[in-house]
Design a protein around this ligand. Structure first.
Ligand SMILES: CC(C)(COP(=O)(O)OP(=O)(O)OC[C@H]1O[C@@H](n2cnc3c(N)ncnc32)[C@H](O)[C@@H]1OP(=O)(O)O)[C@@H](O)C(=O)NCCC(=O)NCCS
Length: 342
């Protein structure tokens, strides 16, 4: 007997988005003294004015659970409708069990497929691509895709290359079946030659009894800022064109551009290289949210839809990129107007 797959291929859509930012707003002025910098320098080089950092009482899963509940309400669905959870994160502080299973427990769902994705700032786009393929193939019906980070736990506040860039938050989307193609094919890849450009070090093995030395430091993010900057503006512009082409569209069919929120100058450069029309709305959530890694695209999507409600149901180009160096993206139809306003 041959293996059969009775499920016919289906289309998928983002049904809703939800977002959560921690309450505490951290202005540049709070960070500049330790890195001999200034509010003006940070704004000019990155676009960031403020970011949100969570306190010790709020975990990455707390943030994700809030974002997920908002997304579920907006989709008009119940927690029990979810059959799969994909959690993109690089800051869940346990190797196992996964952040996705803790989120399932927190939401009170006993039986779901649940797993994490570690693709750094491209994690959400990778997870969304997987959710699309799971719905298409019939492996899942309703997927909760979360990008959540508490990067403030893994930052060196004395590092001039990172302390002012990264921030905390969680964004969630609900992905389900659709009568038409509302989630385009995913382009994903890597540039392993630049694998060391962004890292989180040292390794956990350096904390084993006997391995620690007085010089052993807590693991934090390190990056070669200029190298990452040049790579992003050059390579990701090409990836953006591939994503549009793979969806069978042209730049004229794109209404909104939601790139990973790494640096506003990278966003400006990509916007120029993408040949997008002047009417395209570009996400600039970085200004008040900073770089939240896997959370940045859903957080920026939520802000964009609040500020420009006419974009519900319109085409958006998403592209994530980050440590690895890895990238991933797709054209999506932005979710319809929410069933409830929350
Ligand atoms: C980190 C980043 C903002 C640094 O900006 P940059 O313009 O590349 O800065 P450089 O390291 O080239 O340094 C330029 C000058 O600014 C100074 N400088 C560096 N960091 C500084 C800081 N935090 N505050 C003030 N001055 C700083 C340097 O000393 C140097 O001074 P000099 O010209 O007198 O020698 C920038 O490289 C960047 O954003 N890169 C992309 C990183 C990113 O997006 N990462 C996430 C990807 S997912």
């Amino acid at each position: 007997m041959e293996i059969t797959n009775a499920a016919p291929l289906r289309n998928a859509a983002i049904l809703s988005v939800g977002a959560h930012r921690p309450e505490r707003v951290v202005p540049n002025s709070e960070l500049v003294e330790r890195i001999d910098s200034s509010d003006e320098w940070i704004q000019q080089r990155t676009g960031i004015r403020t970011r949100h950092w969570a306190g010790p009482e709020e975990s990455v899963v707390d943030m994700a659970a809030t974002a997920a509940k908002i997304a579920l309400d907006r989709a008009g669905l119940a927690i029990t409708d979810i059959d799969s959870i994909i959690f993109a994160t690089i800051t869940y502080p346990f190797q196992m069990p996964s952040a996705a299973t803790e989120l399932a427990e927190r939401l009170g769902i006993a039986r779901v497929a649940a797993f994490d994705i570690g693709a750094a700032c491209a994690g959400f786009s990778y997870a969304l691509g997987l959710a699309n393929d799971m719905i298409r193939s019939g492996s899942a019906n309703i997927v909760l895709v979360v990008g959540g980070e508490k990067i403030s736990d893994f930052l060196d506040l004395d590092d001039r290359a990172t302390s002012f860039i990264f921030a905390d938050g969680a964004g969630a989307v609900i992905v389900g079946a659709s009568a038409h193609v509302a989630l385009g094919p995913t382009v994903m890849g890597s540039d392993i030659e630049n694998r060391g450009a962004i890292t989180m070090e040292p390794s956990w093995l350096d904390y084993r009894p006997g391995a620690q030395t007085p010089a052993t430091t807590w693991p934090v993010i390190h990056q070669e800022g200029q190298k990452v900057f040049r790579w992003a503006v050059y390579e990701i512009a090409k990836v953006g064109h591939q994503i549009i082409e793979k969806a069978g569209l042209t730049p004229a069919d794109i209404h909104a551009f939601i790139p990973h929120q790494a640096n506003e100058r990278i966003i400006d450069s990509l916007t120029k290289s993408m040949d997008l029309s002047d009417s395209v709305i570009v996400a600039r959530d970085i200004r008040t949210t900073g770089n939240t890694s896997a959370a940045s695209i859903p957080l920026a999507m939520d802000t964009l839809l609040k500020e420009h409600p006419h974009l519900h149901g319109k085409n958006a180009l998403l592209v994530g990129f980050g440590a690895g160096l890895v990238y991933s993206g797709q054209v999506v139809e932005l979710p319809p107007l929410p069933k409830v306003r929350n």
